[in-house]
Design a protein around this ligand. Structure first.
Ligand SMILES: NC(=O)c1ccc[n+]([C@@H]2O[C@H](COP(=O)([O-])OP(=O)(O)OC[C@H]3O[C@@H](n4cnc5c(N)ncnc54)[C@H](O)[C@@H]3O)[C@@H](O)[C@H]2O)c1
Ligand SMILES: [Zn+2]
Ligand SMILES: [Zn+2]
Length: 348
């Protein structure tokens, strides 16, 4: 079979590799019908994630058909159409029993395309198949459900739920990439008074409007602080979600927040960030961090099934598996191509 194989910083190839096989009796082999590329894959390709070593198949998002299962798999069988989650869950460790699957210490967590071979391939081995895959209802399309592998639960859990978005809130989302946009979709479920999207890229701010932000601010040309204070009678945002992952934007969220408000950091940070406790200590602000756990996947799947979340909004480009290298190129040049999520399928 073929797969996208990482060969050190800056190098990857769509190349012939061995078919995955069942290694543990809790494994499933899934025939990938659709997969996609995450901003984190681009981080890996820059060399920012040293745990990913030469020869690793990338990717942590997929939907596919179960090809084979180990003897210990009880709820998943060959022929089932399943979502492969970016987070694998052993189901029995301390963290899994608290639904903190991202922190799994029993062999799960974020392992696909990181510590073990991933989903950007014709077939993928999924450990702990019973607790790491989700049956897809027949009315939900492959490409809609694919948005549940990573971005929708990430924006919802780490942004919206950690940020405690409530009806009537003013929610500031800093960064309108796929993750920030997922946070906007999730925030809308709670009927906030305003969703303010803040980004440097005009195309991303246009996308934010399509996703339901009613105020958009280009912080390259306008001070978001002024608009947020206007919108909130001088208080500041009730919730500020950081969805970029650089020091400036984190500091911005801690300035935009009102006393008593919630900052939710979603961005992956590669550098030290200043925490201005000299200003914050008196403001009763809560700051939450998090890796996605994917405990919300069943809820979000029901919302997609019932048309309360339009996952199709994310999909900007389609490619066939054999054009995977081009899909990477288009995704990596999102500023020029307008790419949000590129869907790579067996038959494009
Ligand atoms: N915590 C988790 O579990 C988790 C999971 C997945 C992704 N992430 C992280 O979430 C972050 C966002 O992911 P994404 O895929 O949407 O990334 P992305 O790169 O597509 O989007 C980031 C957006 O931020 C904007 N931006 C950059 N600098 C800015 C600035 N100074 N001010 C305002 N906007 C700025 C960019 O224009 C872009 O639209 C990344 O750091 C990613 O690694 C975290
Ligand atoms: Zn991802
Ligand atoms: Zn576990």
């Amino acid at each position: 079979m073929k797969a996208i194989v990482y060969h050190g910083p800056g190098n990857k190839a769509w190349e012939e590799v061995a078919m995955p096989t069942i290694q543990e009796d809790t494994d499933a082999i899934v025939r990938v019908e659709a997969t996609t590329i995450c901003g984190t894959d681009l981080h890996i390709l820059k060399g920012d994630v040293p745990a990913v070593t030469d020869g690793r198949i990338l990717g942590h998002e997929a939907v596919g058909i179960v090809e084979a299962v180990g003897a210990g798999v009880k709820t998943v069988k060959p022929g089932d159409r399943v979502l492969v989650s970016c987070i694998t869950s052993c189901g029995s460790c301390r963290y899994c029993r608290e639904a903190s699957y991202g922190q799994c210490i029993g062999g799960g967590g974020w392992i696909l395309g990181h510590k073990i071979d991933g989903t950007q391939a014709e077939y993928v081995r999924v450990p702990f198949a019973d607790t790491s895959t989700y049956q897809v209802p027949p009315t939900v399309s492959n490409e809609d459900v694919l948005m549940l592998s990573d971005i929708l639960p990430t924006g919802y859990e780490v942004g919206v739920l950690n940020g405690r978005v409530k009806p009537g809130d003013v929610v500031a989302v800093v960064g309108a990439g796929p993750i920030g946009l997922a946070a906007i979709l999730g925030a809308r479920l709670f009927s906030p008074a305003h969703i303010v999207a803040i980004d440097l890229a005009a195309a991303r701010l246009d996308a934010a409007k399509r996703f339901g932000a009613d105020v958009v601010i280009n912080n390259g040309t306008e001070d978001p602080m002024v608009r947020i204070l206007e919108l909130t009678d001088g208080f500041g945002a009730d919730v500020a979600i950081e969805a970029v992952g650089v020091p400036d934007t984190f500091e911005l969220t801690t300035r935009l927040i009102r006393p008593g408000g919630h900052v939710a950091n979603v961005g992956v940070h590669g550098k030290p960030v200043m925490l201005h406790l000299e200003d914050l200590w008196i403001r009763n602000v809560t700051i939450k961090t998090g890796l996605v756990d994917t405990y919300s996947t069943p809820t979000l799947l029901r919302l997609i099934e019932n048309h309360q979340i339009n996952a199709g909004l994310f999909v900007t480009h389609h490619f066939a598996l054999d054009d995977f290298m081009e899909a990477y190129d288009v995704f990596a040049r999102a500023g020029d191509t307008g790419a949000l999520k590129v869907v790579v399928t067996r038959e494009a």
